[in-house]
Design a protein around this ligand. Structure first.
Ligand SMILES: Nc1ncnc2c1ncn2[C@@H]1O[C@H](COP(=O)(O)OP(=O)(O)OP(=O)(O)O)[C@@H](O)[C@H]1O
Ligand SMILES: [Mg+2]
Length: 191
């Protein structure tokens, strides 16, 4: 299965979600590779920094528009997408599943709707609410707005946490909600 983590908005936890979901796969003994299709190279930098101490337990492979189109389907592949450009389009067309991370800010959700509209209908697509703040009006409004519009989403949201923010460049010691999101993904991925 090839999973693209994509949103046309920058800074909405694409790279963080890609790394944590790969960790979740690895912790279940599922072979996984992370393809870094974003020229910013944040996932690759995360891997390099972690290698100095406790390496990420899966490969992070830099990818471009050509290599993304040829990602083999021999194991679980997670693609960290750029916010726009040809590599994004290539990743969206090769993906069996598209996860669209979004914060609980109305501004971000607007862009999430745009991203969802532009996706390949043959892929399973779901919004993953991330960096959310519990018991806030914005979180509740975001959930209601997605549900009223019939936009598929993971039932668990990932809460805003210092530990997740500070995990950049390290092997994440704990999965938080990404563990249950990954379980949900394995069930929901079957189309
Ligand atoms: N659950 C969370 N709690 C707190 N901070 C978070 C959480 N998830 C992500 N972040 C932080 O939000 C910022 C953006 O995350 P990230 O770099 O993963 O987004 P991105 O969509 O990959 O960005 P870009 O568009 O630049 O590639 C980072 O500083 C990251 O540490
Ligand atoms: Mg990124």
């Amino acid at each position: 299965m090839r999973i693209a983590i994509a949103n046309r908005k920058g800074g909405c936890a694409k790279t963080t979600s890609a790394v944590y979901l790969c960790m979740a796969a690895w912790m279940r003994g599922i072979p996984v590779r992370l393809y870094d299709a974003d020229p910013q190279g944040s996932a690759t930098l995360w891997y390099d920094l972690a290698s100095d101490d406790k390496p990420l337990p899966f490969d992070v492979i830099p990818a471009n528009v050509r290599s993304v189109s040829r990602i083999p389907d021999d194991c679980l592949s997670v693609i960290d997408c750029p916010a726009d450009g040809l590599a994004l389009n290539a990743a969206l067309s090769v993906a069996d599943m598209i996860i669209v991370p979004s914060s609980d800010s109305p501004l971000d959700v607007q862009q999430t709707y745009e991203t969802m509209k532009s996706l390949n209908p043959s892929a399973v697509s779901r919004v993953l609410l991330t960096r959310c703040e519990r018991n806030t009006v914005s979180f509740r409004l975001t959930v209601d707005s997605l549900d009223d519009a019939g936009v598929p989403r993971f039932s668990d949201a990932v809460w805003k946490r210092q530990a997740i923010k500070n995990a950049f460049g390290m092997r994440p010691p704990k999965l938080y909600e990404y563990g249950s999101v990954f379980s949900d993904l394995l069930v929901g991925g079957k189309k």
